[in-house]
Design a protein around this ligand. Structure first.
Ligand SMILES: Nc1nc2c(c(=O)[nH]1)N[C@H]1C(S)=C(S)[C@@H](COP(=O)(O)O)O[C@H]1N2
Ligand SMILES: [Mo]
Length: 319
């Protein structure tokens, strides 16, 4: 098994820049292992071995009674179509994603548009650990300890103006590094959108880590969105542009199948996907495929926090 460089100091002593550069060292070490053919055991499923620690403070307001999904499942059962359509593809192929250098541009209807480097993003606001339930539109779910801070902290930096009503999220396209983008399953880049008030909601997390470490590539390194009351596809990975806009943006899934993937895509057990029910879910890592399913909760269990955003709206029409 190749030996990767681990940070040798305690996580709490690491500054954000050291975290970032630790990640780069790891990526270099991994690259060297690749070219020397020393990659027999790459990567160990079990934990995201070798990824730099990302210090954070647990936020006690965001905990889940159910146990967290084992790390090995969180990092090996993924949807990241840029790296293939099978759940195991991102784990196998996303190591080619180029995450250094990285820039995230926040632009559009705002007074102070700005491009942020990772060093800056890592210290923009206090890093929190938040355990969220995640529900994929395909009928499976996980409980994941994410690390990040509210997206609102970033959006406030650019001072949205009065015309900003929606937020568009655009993710990375690296044709040489992403075997999936040669396929026409989706229009690349993968895009998503939220209403401005959804984007500013305290639950909406700009996410840079999970399970105490920086994000594995397959989970959307180096920075992604996490919106826990919506189906998983709204949580766009590997963000490069966040654009404040006046009109409701069209998402990649909405463009490919508008009757199946609505703009809102709030988790709703009462509104079926046209091809399957959304009333229940299989929790990954729990029991077997024969285990009883769990009942899916309205707004994925976050109704007390987000239901007011949709007061008076017909959630069947606005699916
Ligand atoms: N860029 C990009 N982001 C994406 C996807 C994708 O294919 N490409 N898949 C989405 C879907 S369908 C889900 S369920 C979640 C899965 O996140 P995870 O693999 O970290 O659990 O990522 C979402 N973000
Ligand atoms: Mo999903």
């Amino acid at each position: 098994m190749p030996t990767y460089r681990y940070p040798r100091i305690h996580a709490s002593e690491i500054t954000p820049e050291e975290v970032w550069h630790g990640r780069r060292d790891w990526i270099k070490a991994a690259g060297a292992a690749l070219t020397t053919g020393a990659l027999g055991a790459w990567p160990q499923v079990g934990s995201a071995a070798g990824l730099a620690a990302l210090p954070s403070t647990p936020n006690a307001n965001y905990v889940v009674m159910d146990p967290s999904t084992p790390e090995k499942d969180v990092i090996s059962y993924n949807n990241y179509y840029e790296f293939g359509m099978d759940k195991g593809d991102p784990f196998l192929y996303a190591k080619t994603l180029q995450t250094e250098p990285w820039a995230l541009s926040v632009e559009g209807e705002c007074a102070a548009p700005k491009t942020f480097g990772m060093d800056e993003l890592l210290k923009l606001a206090p890093m929190e650990e938040r355990v969220y339930r995640m529900r994929c539109v395909e009928g499976w779910s996980m409980v994941i300890p994410w690390i990040g801070y509210p997206l609102s902290a970033l959006l406030k930096q650019v001072q949205p103006n009065g015309r900003a009503k929606f937020v568009e999220f655009v993710t990375a396209v690296q044709p040489k590094n992403m075997p999936g983008v040669s396929s026409r399953v989706l229009d690349w880049p993968y895009k998503e959108g939220l209403r401005l008030d959804e984007a500013m909601h305290p639950l909406t997390l700009l996410t840079m880590g999970l399970y105490g470490k920086v994000l594995p590539n397959q989970n959307g390194a180096p920075v992604r969105l996490v919106v826990p009351w919506k189906y998983g596809f709204k949580s766009a990975k590997s963000l490069v542009t966040i654009r404040l806009v006046e009109k409701q943006p069209v998402s990649s899934w909405g463009r490919s199948a508008p009757s199946e993937y609505g703009f809102y895509s709030n988790v709703n057990p009462e509104v079926s996907h046209p091809r399957w029910s959304q009333a229940s879910e299989r929790r990954i890592g729990e029991g077997s495929v024969f285990s009883p399913k769990r009942k899916t909760l309205m707004f994925n269990g976050y109704g007390s926090e987000v239901a007011s955003l949709y007061q008076g709206m017909d959630l069947r029409k606005n699916f």
